[in-house]
Design a protein around this ligand. Sequence first.
Ligand SMILES: [Zn+2]
Ligand SMILES: [Zn+2]
Length: 572
Amino acid sequence: MRHSAEHVLHQAMEKLYPGLLAAMGPATAEGFYFDFDPRGQKISETDFPKIEAEMRQIIKADLPIVRREISFSEAQKLFKHNPYKLEWLNNIKKKGEKAIVYATGKDFIDLCAGPHVTSTGKIGPFKLLSIAGAYWHGDEKKPMLTRIYGTCFATQKELKHYLWQQEEAKKRDHRLLGQKLELFFISNAVGQGLPIILPKGATIIRIIQQYNRQLQESLGYQEIMTPHVGLKSLWQTSGHWQLYRELMYEPMKIENKDYLLKPMNCPFHILAYKHKTRSYKELPLKFAEYASVYRLEKSGELNGLLRVRGLMQDDAHIFCEEKDLKSVIWEVIDLCQTHYRHLGIKDYQMRLSLRDPQKKKKYLGDDQLWLLAEQALEKALKEKKINYYLAAGEAAFYGPKIDPIVKDSLGREWQIGTVQLDFMLPERFQLGYIDQSGKEKKPVLVHRAPLGSFERLLGILTEYYGGAFPLWLAPIQVRIIPIAERHLTFAKSLKTKLTNLRVDIDERNETMQKKIKEAEEQKIPYMLIIGDREVSQQKLAVRQRGEKNLGEMSVNQFFRRLKLEIEEKLVI
Ligand SMILES: [Zn+2]
Ligand SMILES: [Zn+2]
């Protein structure tokens, strides 16, 4: 139905803008889009009502949509004015496929593999959404085309719900909120995909790090520190150079040796393990690091903090005996779940990411080791009675993984952390340990990052909470709002009393209403309004984010309330 709606859009555009050249137009998971070369004609979102009206005419006419197979020469003749279609046609010919066209009524025909609904009347309620530039085949060297996005649903109700979700998503957009709340920025002066985290964003990350560090210390993790660059040979041994190359920055030559910026920490942690002879008594050995890594994501796929080229992970590598593998995996899954519970994330599912059996060349190791690793992870999930689903082709090149996928209130899915099992790198780096009977054995390696990257996590949490972070994470927890200058002394003494809280005072010469409005816009959890009454009675007038007036409290009552809310990591 969506693909058919796209054909109707195409048909309407050809009628309204004679001479435009259609390039392509597929259905997507949430709608459809249509790429075309406007050939100098100006088309913008203000034209959408006109285009939609034309589409409605075509749908109302209930024109039959009919599939036909035609010869190549016939197809070439049909599309001889359109170089984009001729290029498609050549590709189809090369692949040895048939030329298939779909005709809508008498006046419209397009090269298309389908399938489609049988007539335009069967297309449900639709809406054009936006217009953007898009490169032909997504290739920056190819010409820039114009793309119109739209969507279509079976019922008006579903369409309305979708449009509401889109509006909500816009309000929560972490790129806009990040600017408004001063969390981070990305500057062309630095380079694409390399964010600078501002004090408020850094506060959130620091608080999460402190919390993460505390949990990990209690589980026996040891922190190490490793460099940002290393010799290329290291990445050849690990296999990154061969299989992860497209995500790595170019080598830099120093004193005639090639160095690489690290895309992952694994080789360094592995060398730290190998630094001395290990005994079974030391295992599981857990090396952790808050480390920045660099990955050359495609410029078209960069997206605020969600997809960046420089990121800091809560990385760790666990070296263990094969017999302990299950308990190690369980401990890591527990750690993930504890994190998510405290971050207020309730709705998530585990994805078991496996090798793509069709593309074995993209991975290290043989079938037997992969089977062993995939089964071990699946067994750990099953025995712990954790719901999971399978995803072929999502594994790391050195092993399968468990990826927690979080769902937010708008139904959007985000991958946060990862737990990866690896039999390959211990082999390639020739790791060993002395077991109980004095024999040398190979350890198993678990790569894990329950939070993924702190940049991405900040982006996800910003969208998840729409910027209204829970108290324990809020960069400013309390704003004191003195009504007049004579209340400032009390406000300042109050600030010193609220130790261990992140408090600021709005000292500006503005009205109380304006100050409250701005504190609300900054999504600060608590406001203390200080006037004559509060000063004379030494009480607080407390407001909570979301225009909730909590009435009067003593300083001690207020302090206790916030302490509890922070300790329990409540989401209010
Ligand atoms: Zn089509
Ligand atoms: Zn690793």
